[in-house]
Write a protein that binds this ligand. Structure first.
Ligand SMILES: Cc1cc2nc3c(=O)[nH]c(=O)nc-3n(C[C@H](O)[C@H](O)[C@H](O)COP(=O)(O)OP(=O)(O)OC[C@H]3O[C@@H](n4cnc5c(N)ncnc54)[C@H](O)[C@@H]3O)c2cc1C
Length: 380
């Protein structure tokens, strides 16, 4: 089903049309085969870059498209419905560009953003470590100042695009002062001392490589530092507020794709002489799925509009991520149920959607962590 969208401008409507065409021609048809083979579709990201989609919410001055977050997220949603590895890849790339765009000096923005936003470079965001996931402020990767910059040692874990990215946005410790001792750095791929683990063997989203990124005496020039020394944790959390909305949009996209597949199937499949869509047990399930998806979409759009208006939106982003990803898990599980045995095999896409949904409840702050964020805001 084509989702009815109210876009804020004619330009945004044209953009949506372009995105839908691109997904139908270049993204969705490749998803099943590449997911089975675990193949990373780098050329799809090149195509997205050439279409101007890798810098949507950033200023035009350095190659962005200056679109409101509300528009950017709906593009992410549509892409994720076509192929989560691509929708989530765009979201992670956009997150990885944020520290340069929001905290970089004029010289850093001029030097780095054109390639980042123009599609030449694909980004990765290095916060998690083997021993620090939810407790990100406990990270131990260290950037030690030396005469003309820093020397970095440590291991980052679970990094989306690890080994295939063109740059790594790194959070590393520059002092022992807890969260206040963390700084943010730009690290180009190919820097000496950078190496990668083998891609993790994941339950789903196998076309999106997730790997350890290792820093072994990696020398960075002083202008690799983004923002002030010690400001890295604040930058990382600000980036994650926007990133969580990207994950919420991905979740709505995957859930919508599952609903569409389940509805199409229920209208064709006959048992006991009737279409299964006409059994109330199935029809009510589809009705609940559609209602939850609409509510999740409204929640992420509401948070995006707060962000676009320059208002605080971190709590609403946590709510949107929590709700949309739980909805996605429920809807994709129900979609498998609607297809019965056919839902459990690879001939239909719903088993893939269900496997993809699970990771969205984990990344960019687990759904327990989102509840911590929301409950702390309530208790303040
Ligand atoms: C496919 C994939 C891609 C990823 N991509 C990236 C990436 O690009 N960059 C990056 O930096 N990281 C990435 N991650 C890491 C991801 O953000 C972490 O897995 C996540 O933050 C959870 O950390 P953890 O796995 O160490 O779990 P833990 O933090 O060890 O949590 C284990 C369990 O304890 C719960 N828990 C922890 N603390 C609390 C608490 N205070 N209250 C209640 N429950 C709690 C958690 O919810 C979870 O259920 C990725 C992970 C995956 C699986």
């Amino acid at each position: 089903m084509t989702v009815e969208r109210v876009m804020p401008t004619a330009e945004a409507r044209d953009l949506l049309e372009l995105v839908r065409e691109l997904i139908a021609k270049e993204v969705a048809p490749r998803a099943p085969g590449d997911e089975s083979a675990g193949r990373f579709p780098r050329e799809v990201f090149t195509t997205l870059g050439r279409a101007g989609l890798l810098g949507l919410p950033y200023p035009e001055e350095h190659g962005g498209a200056a679109q409101p977050y509300e528009v950017y997220l709906q593009v992410v949603e549509e892409l994720a419905a076509g192929w989560l590895a691509v929708g989530l890849g765009l979201s992670v790339h956009t997150l990885s560009c944020f520290p340069v765009a929001a905290y970089g000096t004029g010289a850093q923005r001029a030097a780095l953003l054109p390639e980042m936003l123009g599609g030449e470079w694909l980004g990765a965001y290095c916060l998690s470590e083997p021993q620090s996931g939810s407790d990100a402020a406990a990270l131990v990767t260290r950037a030690v100042p030396d005469a003309d910059g820093y020397v970095v040692d440590g291991v980052k874990a679970w990094i989306t695009h690890g080994g295939v990215a063109d740059f790594y946005t790194l959070m590393a410790r520059t002092s022992d002062d807890g969260g206040r001792g963390i700084s943010c750095f730009h690290v180009p791929a190919g820097t000496e001392g950078l190496s990668y683990g083998l891609p993790e063997r994941k339950m789903g989203m196998r076309s999106s490589p997730t790997a350890q990124v290792r820093f072994d005496s990696v020398r960075l020039a002083s202008d690799a530092l983004l923002g002030a020394e010690g400001e890295g944790f604040r930058i990382a959390m600000a980036a994650l507020d926007g990133g969580r909305l990207g994950i919420a949009a991905c979740a709505v996209g995957v859930a919508q794709a599952a609903l569409d597949a389940a509805t199409g199937y229920a209208k064709e499949r006959r048992q006991f002489g009737s279409r299964i869509a006409d059994f109330q047990g199935i029809g009510f399930m589809l009705a609940d799925m559609a209602t939850q998806i609409a509510a999740a979409r409204a929640l992420y759009l509401d948070a995006a509009r707060l962000r676009d208006a320059g208002r605080p939106y971190g709590t609403q982003a946590a709510m949107a991520k929590l709700f949309a990803t739980d909805v996605c898990m429920k809807v994709t599980t129900d979609a498998v149920q609607v297809l019965g045995g056919y839902g459990y095999v690879e001939d239909f896409p719903v088993e893939r959607y269900m496997r993809e949904a699970k990771v969205l409840q984990i990344v960019e702050g687990t759904n327990q962590v989102q509840r911590v964020v929301i409950s702390r805001a309530l208790a303040r």
